[in-house]
Design a protein around this ligand. Structure first.
Ligand SMILES: C[S@@+](CC[C@H](N)C(=O)[O-])C[C@H]1O[C@@H](n2cnc3c(N)ncnc32)[C@H](O)[C@@H]1O
Length: 253
């Protein structure tokens, strides 16, 4: 029901072999960041991860520059994982002399290598999206998010950067078992220009988007860029008695 195929160009995005082949093919082209660069995400990262000594897990890091840029900004401890051994080998070689960056080949659906509550933050730019394009998407998403929840310390932050709007992402994120308090931001694609003649003032992307009590955007909400990106900031509440922001959906799997 919640398999989000609206922006899947390829059903293979969930396969390690697809990604390995792609990283081999694109090796000459150098690093590539999907969706957004760190410069655009920095205000959100700095706001929700104020301490440079935070232990951060970058899931599905690919060959993006995001982690390198975060280290240049001052972050001291970023563990990067990806299912593609090609991407991981490439990145491990490139950053062998940068002790703040570690690279490990791992499936985000099974991160049993790490003990519970071992990270202050998990950052995901495009990886849940990839799983949502694969086979068994809802099961893969639940396995991944269950693992993310397990690895977060109480108060920890899962930051999801995605093309998926709340209709297709909230049903996966707002499960009581995770106990996440969710704030949503909406940012335009890089290079987006307002239509000529549009007089409406652009909302500040730094302002949280309004959400209904079901965790959706109000019907009246207008996105100036219809292909905006969404940043879900999910804070793991430290006890189950805290107020749950959105109701349970029992029909997820
Ligand atoms: C859309 S790319 C995003 C890469 C990078 N985060 C960025 O922002 O440019 C998705 C990445 O997720 C990785 N991936 C896909 N399925 C995965 C899984 N089950 N476990 C870990 N990584 C996975 C892919 O190898 C790919 O590098």
């Amino acid at each position: 029901m919640y398999r989000d195929v609206s922006s899947c160009n390829s059903y293979n995005y969930g396969d390690a072999t697809y990604w390995d082949a792609r990283y081999v093919q694109e090796a000459e082209m150098g690093n590539f960041d999907w969706y957004q660069r760190y410069s655009a995400l920095r205000p959100f990262v700095r706001k929700y991860l104020p301490s440079f000594s935070s232990r951060i897990l970058m899931v599905g890091c690919g060959n993006a520059l995001m982690s390198e840029d975060m280290v240049k900004d001052g972050y001291e401890d970023i563990v990067n994982i990806d299912i593609s051994s090609v991407a991981i080998e490439m990145m491990r070689r490139k950053y062998q002399y940068i002790p703040q960056l570690k690279y490990m080949q791992m499936d985000v659906r099974d991160m049993s290598f790490f003990p519970d509550k071992s990270f202050d933050s998990v950052i995901d730019k495009g990886t849940l999206d990839s799983l949502m394009c694969g086979t068994d998407a809802p099961i893969s998403a639940a396995q991944m998010l269950g693992e993310v929840s397990r690895l977060l310390k109480p108060g920890g932050i899962y930051m999801l950067i995605t093309y998926g709007d709340p209709n297709v992402r909230m049903p996966h994120l707002n499960r009581p078992a995770y106990n996440w308090q969710i704030i949503l931001y909406i940012i335009p694609r890089p290079g987006f220009q307002k239509a000529n003649g549009s007089s409406s003032p652009m909302r500040s992307p730094l302002e949280p988007a309004p959400l209904t009590d079901k965790g959706l955007l109000p019907a009246s909400f207008v996105m100036e860029d219809p292909d905006s990106h969404f940043i879900y900031v999910c804070r793991k509440m430290d006890n189950l008695s805290s107020v749950l922001p959105y109701p349970l959906n029992s029909d997820l799997l």
